[in-house]
Structures are given as C-alpha cells and as structure tokens.
Design a protein around this ligand. Structure first.
Ligand SMILES: *[C@@H]1O[C@H](CO)[C@@H](O)[C@H](O)[C@H]1NC(C)=O
Ligand SMILES: *[C@@H]1O[C@H](CO)[C@@H](O)[C@H](O)[C@H]1NC(C)=O
Ligand SMILES: *[C@@H]1O[C@H](CO)[C@@H](O)[C@H](O)[C@H]1NC(C)=O
Length: 548
C-alpha cells in the first residue's frame, strides 16, 4: 500500500556537481501525496541538517520557488508548501541542497488525489496499521507534525462515520490531541479510520485529513522459547582455557525474546548481547554468548543456566555443566602397543632363528610328552644310493653306515632302519622294505652326486618309499645332501617335489670327531626334523628290554 503520504523513498540519488542549478535528468524520485483542497508541506528527502540550505524549483525551471509566504506555492524552512493543493499542481519539483557529500538534488512528484466515490478516503492512500487484540490500543493521526498545529483535538471517523467520543468513558476516547484510544479491542474494531484536523493560514482554515486501514488480529499464542543449546549436558574443557558458550534460542511467536545466562561477573565471565538471525525458512533465532576469559576451578560442576522467553510468557531454561577433560589415554596406549609390537617382532625373530634350538630344548625338558607310543619300531628309514661309485661311494657308506648311526642311535637313542645293515639275508627285498617303511616314523633320504646308473628312484625300494611318503602321505621326509648338488634335473620328480616342499639339510661337516657331536647345527636340524627322541630313561629301559 502506498502508506507514506508525504514522502516515499524509491531510489538513492547520485551525487551531482551543481551550484543550486536545477537538473532535469536525476533518477531519484520521491512522492508527496495530499488530498485535494488540503495544505501540503513537502519535505526534501533525506532530511538534511536543520541549517542546510534547501532550494526548491519546479522541475525544468531555472527560477527558484518563491519564499514569499503570501504566495499559494512557496518554500519555507526547507519545505515546499502549497496551500491549498489543487489537481493542476500535480507535477515534478526539485529540491537542491548542500551536504557533506557536496551539492545534491532530489526530484519529488506531487500527487494530489480525490476521495473514492461516496467515501471519505482514497483506498490507495490508506496507511496500513496492524494491531494485536488487547486491552487497549492507540491510533495516531500520522504525518501531521510538519504543520506544527497548535493543541487542537482531531475529529475521528470509522468507515467514514463519526465516532462518539463523548464523556471520555466510552470505548473510544482521545488521549492527546492527535491520538485515539480504543478499549477492549476486538476484531470488530478493524476498519478504515480517518482523523481530521485543520490549519489556519492567512485567515482561512484548511482541513487536513489522514486515513488508515487498521487491522486487529488475534494475539498470537505465547509459546515458550525453544532453547536449542545448551542441552542439559556436560562439556569438557581444560582448566585455564578460554571458552565461549552460545545460547541458541528459537523465538516463540511474538514479542521480544529475552535471553540471558545466570553466570556472569562482568570481568572474567562476560555476557554478550542478543544476536538475532532469521533463516531462509522464516525461523527466528537468538544467539547469546557467555565468554570465559579463562575457565577456573569454581566453574566446574555448576549448572550454568541460559534462560530465554518472551517477556510475557514463562521462560525456558537449559544448562551446561563444565567438566574436566577425560584423561588422555592415547599416549600410554601407543606406548603399550609399541612395546607389545616390539616384543612380538622380537619373539618372531627369535623363533625364526632359534626354532630348532627351542624345539630341541623343549623336547629335552621335563614338559615334553613321553616318547610316542604309536607301535612303530623305527624312528627313521634311511634311504641312500647303494650303487654309487668311487669317492662318493666311500663317503656315502661312511656317512650312512657309520656317522648316522653313531650320532642318531648311539648318542640320541633313535632307532634307524638301514638297508644292507638291518635286513636279514634271504628275505624278499620288497617285503623287507615295505615292512620297514611301515614301521618307521620318518624317511631320511641321503643324496649325493652319484653316477647315472645308480640314480635315485631306479631302485624299486625307493619307489615304494616314495609311494609311501608322497601318496599315502604318512611319512615325513628328511632330505640330506651329502655334497652340494648343483643339478637336480637328473633327480626324479618326487625328490624335486620334496625338496621344494620341505627343503634339504646340507652336510657341511668334515668327517671328523667334531662333526659327530649332536649339537652341531647340522645334527640339530636333523634332530628337529626327527620325532622327539626317547628320554634317556626310556632308552635305557629299551636297551635293558632288548638285551633281555
Ligand atoms: C545558506 O545560505 C546562506 C545565504 O546564502 C549562507 O550565508 C549560509 O552560510 C548557508 N548555509 C549553509 C549551511 O550552507
Ligand atoms: C477499508 O478499505 C479497504 C480498501 O478500500 C476495503 O477493502 C475495506 O473493506 C474497508 N474496510 C471497511 C471496514 O470498510
Ligand atoms: C544458575 O541457576 C542454576 C539452576 O537454577 C543454579 O543451580 C546455579 O547456582 C545458578 N548459578 C548462579 C551463578 O547463580
């Protein structure tokens, strides 16, 4: 609605360089409205300081408007005055003035209107006013200060009918010259109100009227404010740290929302002011800070309360309680993990390098189980190429028939089956081998660089053994290289397979006394691959038994 009767700011004016010269092409236009026949005082917006020199021109004219108050149109005290205004006064005026920014001008459009047919107002010119239903309201006759009218009560109309203001005890009464009071306001009091006063000028009284559209709406329900923060909870904070708590409140339907913290001292704990924020979806929030320069011991474990509410409704409250931060477990935890990881890695390294020793030590300790009683007669069946020739044949026989039994049998109390030593003459080789292998817990294969004719795997004995070890998967195989074998290509597939799966133990010793100690690396590796050795006591018993 075009509410502002006198001036309506549309656009900001540009700064022009002018020396009280009217300009014609300014883009700033303001409006000045008046009912026909009434005196109009147009203001030059925005209001410059009282003593600034304002000069009015009719638009397009180089001649300033007269300052002679006897004229119908004149300028006085910065106002353009037309007494009375007529329809043919409609048009554009320019006011030029000096301010801090220099010389400026505004263009004002004068609009002299008439009432709508049969009405005491023009509905386009109504001032819109909105009131809440309540005990009483006050309606002011707007925009008449400029006339500086001496104390004289305005006449009031509602929907163009005069109001009965008699006695001052009625529903309607005048509280001051230009104010109308209404008691026990209901929606029925909505309507188009008109106030009417007058101005004496050069002996003539000129009527001045203003009309307003007053809408009375129901008072919105007073709701409690909704405090979004704090949330009646704990907040961890370091002693001595600065802290800002922000009470966040969603405003209820009406009125000013008061928000405050009940915990401030103006020096260390400082309360902020309300910051109002309207979100895009029209919700209204108030933020209210409480700033601790540094948190002190006395601040902990206290209910620090934010209260919020409209003035005339119950307030809401919510608190936050400061607590010391949780102890930091991170450092110690990392240390524990680091130490743990170190021990695990160290253990893995130790186990990897000393696996053999550890297993042998365990077997020799009191914790180990007694010797396996699986009904087998031999701890290992020894397989070796018997038809070797030359030097390697001698070393092979020495190793298999002398050194192996010396260490494993005599010193470690194992029982071995060696073909050529333990088979009785006349027995069928197949039966012997089959029987011996099924009675053995391990199969030791001794490899040497042997001539082609006696290659391993050509003997049917060996085929049976391989069959047992690989196909029936009963036997664990221990491969011993007596000398470094560089070329496995002439070895049977089964040997290559075993070497790949289980590796070999290489004999590095000389054939000397020292290499006969079961505690050399070579023998430890063999013993590790062998089943647990019988205890000394067991073996003694065994020998006693066998000697019987
Ligand atoms: C207004 O104009 C008068 C006369 O021209 C001059 O003396 C006075 O200083 C001016 N005032 C301002 C504020 O410019
Ligand atoms: C007040 O004026 C407006 C605008 O002309 C009109 O719509 C409304 O009905 C009027 N109110 C009354 C109570 O006459
Ligand atoms: C703030 O209010 C809470 C709850 O009413 C109260 O426990 C607390 O002591 C108050 N704090 C101060 C500083 O008054």
């Amino acid at each position: 609605m075009l509410g502002q009767l006198f001036v309506l700011l549309l656009l900001k004016s540009p700064v022009l360089s002018c020396m009280f010269q009217p300009a014609h092409n300014s883009s700033s236009i303001y409006r000045c409205y008046i009912h026909e026949g009434e005196p109009v005082f147009c203001k030059c917006p925005p209001v410059p300081s009282v003593d600034s020199n304002i000069t009015w021109f009719r638009n397009g004219s180089q001649t300033a408007i007269s300052t002679d108050t006897q004229e119908k149109i004149f300028q006085e005290n910065g106002y353009l005055k037309i007494i009375p205004a007529r329809r043919d006064d409609n048009g554009f005026f320019t006011c030029v003035f000096q301010n801090a920014e220099g010389c400026q001008q505004h263009i004002i459009e004068l609009n002299v209107f008439q009432n709508d047919d049969g009405l005491c107002y023009n509905f386009k010119m109504l001032y819109p006013f909105e009131y809440f239903q309540s005990e009483s309201i006050t309606i002011q006759c707007p925009d008449i200060q400029a006339y500086n009218i001496a104390a004289k009560s305005a006449k009031w109309y509602k929907d163009c009918k005069p109001l009965n203001l008699a006695g001052g005890r009625s529903k309607y009464y005048i509280s001051s010259n230009n104010e109308l009071n209404i008691n026990n306001v209901t929606k029925e009091d909505s309507g188009n109100y008109t106030c009417e006063t007058s101005l004496m000028h050069r002996g003539t009284e000129y009527k001045i009227t203003r009309s307003m559209n007053c809408i009375i709406t129901a008072t919105p329900e007073a709701r409690k404010s909704n405090i979004i923060y704090p949330t009646n909870n704990y907040l961890s904070v370091e002693l001595g740290a600065p802290l800002t708590l922000t009470c966040k409140v969603e405003e209820s339907g009406r009125g000013i929302t008061i928000v405050f913290w009940n915990y401030s001292d103006d020096e260390r704990v400082i309360e902020g002011t309300n910051e109002n924020i309207v979100t895009a979806d029209g919700k209204r929030f108030v933020y209210h800070n409480l700033t601790f320069l540094s948190v002190k011991e006395e601040d902990y474990n206290q209910k620090i309360v934010c209260e919020a509410g409209p003035i005339d409704a119950d307030s809401s409250e919510a608190y936050v309680i400061l607590k010391y931060p949780d102890p930091n477990f991170q450092g110690p935890l990392i240390a524990i993990f680091a130490v743990g990881a170190f021990f695990i890695i160290t253990s893995l390294i130790v186990v990897k390098f000393f696996k053999v020793d550890i297993v042998l030590w365990y077997r020799s300790s009191l914790f180990s189980r007694p010797h396996l009683n699986d009904g087998k007669a031999y701890d290992s069946y020894i397989m070796y190429p018997k038809n070797a020739t030359g030097n390697s044949s001698y070393e092979m026989d020495l190793f298999v028939l002398k050194i192996l039994p010396d260490v494993l049998e005599t010193q470690c109390a194992y029982r071995l089956f060696i073909i050529g030593r333990d088979d009785l003459p006349g027995q069928a080789m197949a039966d012997v081998v089959d029987e011996a292998i099924s009675q053995s817990r391990r199969l030791i294969i001794v490899l040497g660089n042997v001539s082609n004719e006696s290659t391993l795997g050509e003997d049917f004995e060996q085929k049976i053994a391989m069959y047992d070890a690989l196909i029936r998967n009963k036997l664990k195989v221990i491969l011993i290289e007596l000398e470094k074998i560089t070329d496995y290509s002439c070895m049977p597939e089964s040997i290559k397979y075993i070497k790949q799966k289980q590796g070999v133990v290489r004999w590095k010793g000389e054939f000397t006394e020292a290499s006969l100690s079961p505690n050399t690396r070579f023998w430890k590796n063999i013993r590790y691959r062998m089943p647990p050795a019988p205890r000394q006591s067991d073996s003694e018993l065994h020998y006693i038994y066998t000697e019987d």
